[in-house]
Design a protein around this ligand. Structure first.
Ligand code: IDP
Ligand code: MG
Length: 160
C-alpha cells in the first residue's frame, strides 16, 4: 500500500550538517519527498507532537532537544512507507540500533547516558510509527497545499 509518513531530521542532525546524507538514503531507497520545510518549533508545538510522552520522566530533556534549533520536516511517500522508513531509522536507542540503520550508523549513545545527564536521546531522526500517528503527524506539520503529487523515475518501477 502506498503510504505517507512524517520524518523529522532533528536539531542534532541539522547542527551536524547531516541532512543531505540522510535525505540521500531515502531518495536512493526510492521514497518520494512530497513535502519538505525547515521549522524551529516551540515548547507548545513539541507537546502536541510528543503528546504521548509529555507525562514521561524523559520528556523535559526531549523537549529541550527538539526545540534547540530548527528541524527539517519531510513527508515521504512509498510502499508501506511507515514500516519501511522505521526499518531504515533503526531502534530508538542509538546504542541498540543496528549498523546499517541511520541511528546505528551515525549515533551511539545509550538511554543510561541520556538519563544520567537529563538530556534527550540524540538519535537524529523522528519517523511516524503507525498509520494512525502518521496521519495525525502529517496534518500537524503540513497543510494540504504544502504536499505535492508528482512523478519520480521510481514510479515507473513501483507502479508499472
Ligand atoms: P521513537 O522516536 O523511536 O519513536 P519514542 O519512544 O517515540 O521513540 O520516543 C520519542 C523520542 O524521545 C526518542 O526518539 C528519543 O529522542 C526520546 N527518548 C525516548 N526514550 C527516552 C529515554 O528513555 N530517555 C531519554 N530520551 C528518550
Ligand atoms: Mg515515537
Amino acid at each position: 500500500m502506498i503510504e505517507r509518513t512524517l520524518v523529522l531530521l532533528k536539531p542534532d542532525t541539522v547542527q551536524r550538517c547531516f541532512m543531505g546524507e540522510i535525505i540521500s538514503r531515502f531518495e536512493k531507497a526510492g521514497f518520494k519527498i512530497v513535502g519538505c520545510k525547515m521549522v524551529w518549533i516551540d515548547k507548545d508545538f513539541s507537546k502536541q507532537h510528543y503528546e504521548e510522552h509529555v507525562e514521561k520522566d524523559f520528556y523535559p530533556g526531549l523537549e529541550n532537544m527538539i526545540t534547540d534549533g530548527p528541524v527539517l520536516a519531510m513527508v515521504l511517500e512509498g510502499v508501506d512507507a511507515i514500516e519501511n522508513v522505521r526499518k531504515m531509522v533503526g531502534a530508538t536507542e542509538p546504542k541498540a540500533s543496528a549498523p546499517g540503520t541511520i541511528r546505528g550508523d551515525y549515533a551511539h549513545i545509550s538511554y543510561g547516558h541520556a538519563d544520567e545527564n537529563k538530556i534527550g536521546v540524540k538519535n537524529l531522526i523522528h519517523a511516524s510509527d503507525i498509520p494512525e500517528n502518521a496521519k495525525k503527524e502529517v496534518s500537524l506539520w503540513f497543510t494540504e497545499k504544502e504536499l505535492h503529487s508528482y512523478k519520480t523515475v521510481h514510479d515507473a518501477h513501483i507502479l508499472e
